[in-house]
Each structure stands twice: as structure tokens, then as C-alpha cells.
Design a binder for this molecule. Sequence first.
Ligand SMILES: [Zn+2]
Ligand SMILES: [Zn+2]
Length: 661
Amino acid sequence: MDAPQLTVTLPDGKAMNFARGATGADVAAAIGPGLAKAALAVEVDGKVWDLFRPFEGDARIRIITRKDPEALELIRHDAAHILAMAVQSLYPGTQVTIGPTIEDGFYYDFARDTPFTPDDLAKIEARMHEIVKQDVPTRREVWPRDVAIAHFQDMGETYKAELIRAIPEGEDVSIYYHGDWHDLCRGPHFTSTGRIGDAFKLTKIAGAYWRGDAKNAQLQRIYGTAWRDEKELAAYLHRLEEAEKRDHRKLGRELELFTFSPDVGAGLPLWMPNGMVIRQELEFLALQEERKDGYRRVATPHITKEALYYRSRHLPYYKEGMYSPFDIDGENYYLRPMNCPHHHLIYLATRHSYRELPLRIAEYGQDYRYEASGGLSGLMRVRGFCMNDAHIYCRYDQAKEEFIRVMHLHARYYDLMDIKEYYMRLSLPDLDKLDKYVDEPQKWLDALSIIRAAMTESGYPFVEATGEAAFYGPKIDFMIRSAIGTEYTISTNQLDFLATQTFGLTYIGEDGGEHPVYVIHRAPLGTHERFTAFLIEHYAGAFPTWLAPIQVRIIPISDKVADYAHQVKEALFATPVVNGTAGLRVDIDTTSERMQKKIRDAQLQKIPYMLVIGEREAAEGKVAVRLRSGKDLGAMPLDAFIARIKQEAETRHDFAEDAKG
Ligand SMILES: [Zn+2]
Ligand SMILES: [Zn+2]
């Protein structure tokens, strides 16, 4: 009697017969010894399986090797297990929780009372290499859910037991063993721990909360990266190093842009004079560009009575984002989380006819929002920020055109700052459940069609995402990728038809009747905090001349030229800059350091221009010009230099040869 058979079909259509119980490893071996060696996993009817897992019947299969796109994810998943194995062998009593793969690597969250140190990281990594060398075989078992819960509970792995409790009763769970060590896991995994190779590295330790909730137990997260080979790992580590050089927290410190103080509080930046220059220049840019588009400026207070936020529905719906109220003369006041309600009150302060719309009012408004302490990150995520805010009050028939105008404003900023790594996301509600978002679904759909039409007409590419919308209307998010690689929302445009109801915002139409106003919320330059953080990383701290905190450093060669050096400084200081908030920004290095050291210092400060002044320059009324890139432009008349830098500052465009750092 023939043994029962199964047929596997390969990607090229070739069919092969095997005895029942055959595995991906058997197929790879049957094809050839080279593939048997290279095989890491097998795709079975579209799902990636372990090489050692028996097929359940006929299947279309594909052998996965290191060259395949799935390989990295698999390597990282195995690496996460090996990390947990290493930690538990070195630090008995440590509990495992979860250990997913992430972009470029993996992490594992551990429950352990003693904090891991950088020394521990080195030990753990060494242990991981040992486990790889031991080439411990892997196997998969399937257990009933309740058996698994009892088993992990007995082991003292309470987090694992809790994870399994979340799985529906009656279901089975898969358990992966590497030797004796085992973990609840969906898999797949390699046949043995040696298969991942040695191209991995543990990168950092961070705090984390169980299930990401600050109310839960604090865990310790160990991050790692893993690649196909040493070359890929080295390339990644190099990228990481480059990214670290651009890290806005590091550059913010080195360039003295901003600081934080425990005496003030986490997430509350103190802007230093250099950083303030960037804020002011951005704000001045916004002032000019908004003026062209017909905006007018307002100023409103940072604190407000409770009742306004009930009216705006921030209370109770946004309560978790607001700080506790405080008492003034027996009434509750709040720090404001956003500026809209104040602007609405300005709109309401006068009557508006159809002729005077749109009304565009702008304010760089200071707001305070609660962010969990674990989520705070330099200027990127803060608890107090200043927003490039404005609200446009318009008629329904004007909304599309106004929206397009805002898109063009974004484009002008992005062109100016050479920002290319961005995309726009139209956030949609679940349209089938629209009545859950808002009482008047038709208004929502009308607003949506306005935004879609505006996006299509303006020609900017966008993606649509379901389930991200705010309840009061559809919005466009500008998603930006920082030089460090993180993606975040830099600004948002919203079309709001609900403010009419909550604030009674209307205008008097041609017919003499009251009509609802549409409100566009927009903040193209985001907040000063996040936008500056982005720009620091974008320019790697080497700001273009118009943004550079110090634009020129004068370096006198000796005391003999001190007078001339001061004349140069005065001339630059007094040079008006049409598109700048003040004149040119210049200083003199009067230290007694060697000239090479002075030049080096100016370069480290990423100052665009150094003017080296010796006796010859002083005699000829010239300056010797060096760029921070190291390029030497030679001696030129002071007037010529002033003309050059003035042009750069006023056009907000640097000459090409000053390559960005
Ligand atoms: Zn796993
Ligand atoms: Zn708003």
C-alpha cells in the first residue's frame, strides 16, 4: 500500500509529491542542497510558516531565503526571542512580556525591579551571540488556552498568562521552544537559533508601560537591530550615527537654542537667545505670507473660564488633554489647549455681512496640553507650545477656494525650506457610521466633498485614511518625515461646520437672513516647538543665512586690527534686512585662541560666514570670507560682502556653493 501523499506546487508551477507530514525543509532539501542551506522559512498558501512545520495537505509553497523581503522581519523576530532567552538566563526572575519587530529592528519589554545598565546591555548581547553559536533547535507546540495560562502562571510569568487570558476561550495557542526556553508566539521561527547570524546589536534601554498605559506597571524595554549580514548592519549603524548628529535635542544643546529645567517642569522649553531668533524669523515669515493672503492679527489670553470650554465642547470631551483648573475669584479657569474658542469670540464681537467674508484672523497662540511624561521628547512633544494658528470664517461657496489658498500657503513654505519628504493625508470617518460622529451626516459629507475638490483642484497628491477624522469635520494632515526617520503630523487643515452650532457663528446674507459660517482651522508652520525641532534636523543645525542665529562671525587675527574689526561689525549690524526681523546678526571672536581654533569654533556653531581680518584686510577695507563648509571665498571688499549676505537674508535663499551641512 502506498503511503499517503501530498502535493506541493512551487512558484514556477512545478508540482512535487511528498509523504504526509512533509515540511518546508523537506521540499528545500528535495530541490537541492544549496536551497536546503539557504532556506529560512516557507510560505504556505500565502502564510509564512516554520520550515519544520508539517504541511496539512496539498499547498502552494515558496521557500523563503535571506534574499527575500520577508527575511528581515523573520530575523528580527528570532532575534527578539534570543534577546529574551539571554535576559532570562542572565537575570533569573525577570519576566517577559511582549517582543515585537519594529522598523529596523525589534524590542522586548521585561518586568524586572533592577534597572538594566549599559554594561548589562553588553553582557546580554554577548550572551545572544553565544545562543546563536549554540544553534539551539526550535520546535512548535500547540496547547489548549487554559493549559497555557496555568503553565505560565506556574512559571511566575504573570504577564504572559494575562496575554493568553485575552485570547478567546476554547482556542489553542502556539508555543515556541528554543531548547527548554519557550514563549507564547504566533511564529514563525527559524529551525534553530543559529540561523539569524551575528549581524545584530542591542541599541538602547528605555522605560515602557505594560500595555502602553502609564497607570500600569513600568517595564524595561531593550531595543535591538538585526540585519541579513554585517554589511547591512554596518550601513544601518552609520545611518543611525548620522541621524544622531542631527538629533534636535543634541543640536539644540550644542547650538544653545533651547533648554529645559527641572525647576520649570518637563515638556516646558526655555527658548535661549539663539533659538528665539529662529522663532522670530519664522513668525515674521508667517506675518508676511499671511498678510499677502489677507489675514489680520489678533492676540488673546492664555487662560479662560471653564464655561467657554463647555461651550466649545473641549469639556468634557478633551478633558484629558487639559490641565486641572485653578481658582480666580471663586471661578474655575483653565490654561487653554487651543485658540479656536477665543477667535470665535472675536468673530462674534461684531456683525458680519456676506460682503466682508472671508474673515481671516491669525495669532501665534500659546497653548498648554497634557502629554504623558513618557511621550515627551525635546521640542517635538511638549506640554506648552506656540501655534502658527489662524481661523478663516467663510461662506459655504468660498470654502473650497479658501482651502486651496491654505494649501498654496503650505507649498510656499515648503518650497522655501526645501521640504520634500511629506505627504498629505485626508482623514475620513467610517462613512457607514457617520451618524455616530455628528448629528448631521449630510453636512459632514458636504464638507468632505469641498476638501476633496480642493485637493484635486490644487493638484497636491494625498492619501485617504479612514477612522482618523475629528468629529467636527474632515481634515488634511501634513505628514512629514524628519531626518531622524520619524514621521509625524506637522500641521493640519480642518474644515469645521460645527462651530456654527456650538458658537452660533453666522453672517447676514444678501437676503438679510442669518447663514452658517464655515470655519477653516489651519497652522501651516505647526507649532514653533515642533517646527523648529524639525528644521534643526532638516538642516542638521546649519541653518540658511536668513534663519541662522548668528550669521557672521568676525575673527580678528591680532589686536592691531581690533578697531577695523569693530568697524566691520558696526557696518554689518547697521545693515537693514528687508525681509528680516532686524539687521544682520554678527559677533566678534575676541578670545585669545589660535585662529584655527576660532575658525573651528565658528564651524561647530554652524555660523554661515566667518570674516577673517588681518592687517592687509584692514589696510584695504576688505574681509577674508570663509564658509562654515570650510570653503574659502578669499578677500573681498566689505561692501561686496554686505551686498552678498544682505541678498541671501532678504531672498531667504543662500548661494549654491554654501552646501548644507
Ligand atoms: Zn515570537
Ligand atoms: Zn482652531
